[in-house]
Design a protein around this ligand. Structure first.
Ligand SMILES: Nc1ncnc2c1ncn2[C@@H]1O[C@H](COP(=O)(O)OP(=O)(O)OP(=O)(O)O)[C@@H](O)[C@H]1O
Ligand SMILES: [Mg+2]
Length: 603
């Protein structure tokens, strides 16, 4: 068979095969063109989720007739003035989108250039061009596509229901809109409004980040904008900005993680891995944070020409970008301190609301003498272990000790402890509400944060046992534990072999206080056996610390004295990330007095 050059229309169809997969890909290309044209308003109309009709109308700079004719030619673009593929300042650079779309559907482009007297329209159907001829259009550009894939029936078969095509369009449009809060977007399908995103009002535009946060909230939900911390860091030409959700706001999938590189929405394994790394101490492995992050850099540091639909990019220095992401997110979360997301209180109230009017069973309530002496324990505590003094390290408050209960409620964010319920929950009063702390979850978190700080600094302080504790367990477990003896010593636990089926524990981490050494050693052995040999214990610090904290002195069921409880609250205030436990669950909830009043119909 002779080699031959393919006819232009076939070439365009082949190009379209890579780029135009479904209605959402058409919308992506057309809306990107509108944004490139400086539009401040973009309206997308669909029929049947875009399967039979798509139009994109903008108020951008428009095109004159000669430009219209060129726009539908392959490899014709206005966006590469310098003839180099490095300095790409627009979404577009290939000059491929419109001819590809024209090869797979019935395309028309109407446009009125800024300052021009009249509008012109050009049509492409099955590779045949007609026009340009005069038409009516007040400003900007309106592109219409009918019968997507009528020319490529094989593709038609892969289209999904109108609803799922519509969903895909919404997703594409939202992503583009997040990076352009100054542009208004609207989407209709079969005449019904599907999405409307207004442009940021002038008063927001002046405040850095405000317009962006408003748009992110419109797309990702108010929960996100209320519970995200701002980021803005720079390193070696890269700027990382945007918002990272508090860990207590999390999802079962990573679908609410949005990443942009120079304003372009991207999906990138490297970047997603970095996000996972930044949150790994705060979230269980099957939970995912919400983020919207923007990386901006000089165009020569990133290659955007690596993916047919431009959904991926390649960084020259990937490690640098990863470090920037991990460091930036962590620092922003550190700055959030003990903040837990407001959704926690919201969920609590929602759970409480149906109960109002019903008399709740009496809680086993213990009034707190501030002297630190004993107090009448509720039934739930009776079976629990005896009161051990809080370890000196844990009990040492990093802020002044709370005033006596008669004094006015203090200004401590987590308030003054008033009671301990069920031997598990510390109830505190703040200036304008109440705080309920899960003492065990909080302690677990404090142990992890202290352990991390100690490992980064002087090392973990150990406390020698007067008499070594001999812990018997199956040799499988002793072996697991002993194989990690050196690492455990770094974490404050000193063990040695004692016969075949036992270990001797000589020293324990001081920050655990009086702990049940036997069960601590057994549980750690099991944990280590389960983790397997592939991990360094430090990499699994949250698991190890969780296990350790379970045996520390502030475990659930332990009665705490007033000063001990206040010390715990002050520790939490002074400790980063103490608003959530090692698995992303909250360590405390706060109910504002106004919310409580609302519960009782006082407001
Ligand atoms: N909505 C629009 N308003 C003004 N000009 C437009 C619009 N859409 C397209 N154009 C012009 O038509 C040209 C071709 O558009 P097309 O999308 O095919 O290619 P591109 O955007 O340059 O590159 P890419 O193929 O990467 O998208 C653009 O370079 C631009 O000059
Ligand atoms: Mg384009």
């Amino acid at each position: 068979m002779p080699i031959r050059l393919l006819p232009a229309n076939l070439v365009n169809q082949i190009a379209a095969g890579e780029v135009i997969e479904r209605p959402a890909s058409v919308v992506k290309e057309l809306v990107e063109n509108s944004i490139d044209a400086g539009a401040s308003r973009v309206v997308v109309e669909l029929r049947e989720g875009g399967k039979s009709f798509i139009s994109v109308t903008d108020d951008g700079h428009g095109m004159r007739p000669p430009e219209l004719e060129l726009a539908i030619e392959r490899h014709a673009t206005s966006k590469l003035p310098d003839d180099d593929l490095v300095h790409i300042g627009f979404f577009g650079f290939r000059g491929e989108a419109l001819p590809s779309i024209g090869a797979v559907g019935r395309l028309s482009i109407a446009s009125r250039a800024r300052g021009a007297e009249e509008a012109w329209i050009i049509r492409v159907e099955g590779g045949m061009k007609t026009g340009p001829e005069p038409t009516a259009l007040s400003a900007g550009t309106r592109v219409e596509l009918r019968d997507l894939f009528y020319a490529v029936p094989a593709r038609l078969k892969f289209l999904k229901t109108a609803r799922s095509e519509q969903n895909a369009v919404v997703e594409i449009l939202e992503r583009l809109a997040m990076a352009h809060p100054d542009v208004a977007f609207a989407l209709t399908d079969d005449g019904r409004n599907v999405l409307r995103l207004d442009a940021a009002k002038a008063d927001l535009v002046d405040q850095p980040g405000a317009a962006q946060l408003k748009r992110l909230g419109d797309v990702m939900g108010r929960d996100f904008s209320d519970n995200a911390v701002a980021l803005d860091v720079e390193r070696e030409g890269f700027r990382l900005s945007g918002f990272a959700g508090l860990p207590t706001l999390n999802r079962a999938t990573s679908s609410m993680q949005y990443l942009f590189v120079n304003g372009r929405p991207v999906r990138d394994r490297l970047l997603q891995g970095a996000i996972r790394g930044a949150y790994q101490d705060f979230l269980a492995r099957d939970r995912h944070p919400l983020v919207a992050l923007f990386i901006d850099c000089p165009p020569e540091l990133v290659d955007v020409n690596v993916h047919p639909a431009k959904a991926e990019v390649r960084f020259q220095d990937a490690a640098l970008v990863r470090g920037l992401l991990v460091g930036g997110i962590r620092r922003a979360l550190d700055a959030a301190g003990h903040r837990a997301s407001t959704t926690v209180a919201g969920q609590t109230l929602a759970a409480l609301a149906p109960m109002s009017g019903v008399s709740a069973p009496p809680a086993s309530y213990a009034a707190m003498p501030r002297s630190g002496g004993g107090f009448s324990a509720g039934a739930a505590q009776a079976a629990m272990s005896a009161c051990a003094p809080l370890s000196s390290e844990m009990a040492r408050p990093s802020m002044p000790v709370a005033p006596a209960p008669e004094a006015a409620p203090n200004d401590y964010p987590l308030g003054t402890a008033r009671a301990q319920l069920f031997g598990t929950y510390v109830v505190a009063q703040t200036k304008d509400g109440i705080v309920i702390v899960d003492q065990h979850a909080a302690h677990e978190r404090l142990v992890l944060e202290r352990m991390k700080a100690a490992l980064a600094g002087q090392g973990v302080r150990r406390q020698a046992l007067l008499i070594p504790e001999i812990v018997e367990m199956p040799s499988k477990l002793t072996n697991a534990l002993l194989s990690r003896a050196a690492e455990l010593e770094e974490l404050g636990l000193v063990i040695e072999a004692f016969g075949n089926d036992a270990v001797a524990v000589r020293e324990v981490p001081a920050l655990l206080g009086q702990s049940d050494v036997k069960s601590l050693a057994r549980d750690l052995a099991e944990e280590i056996l389960e983790l397997g040999a592939a991990f360094k214990l430090k990499e699994r610090l949250e698991d190890i610390c969780g296990t350790m904290a379970c045996h520390g002195s502030v475990r659930a069921g332990r009665q705490l004295t007033g000063p001990e409880m206040d010390a715990l609250l002050r520790q939490m205030e002074a400790t980063p990330h103490s608003g959530q436990c090692n698995h992303g669950r909250p360590t405390y909830v706060e109910l504002k007095l106004s919310d409580i009043e609302r519960l009782f119909g006082r407001r």
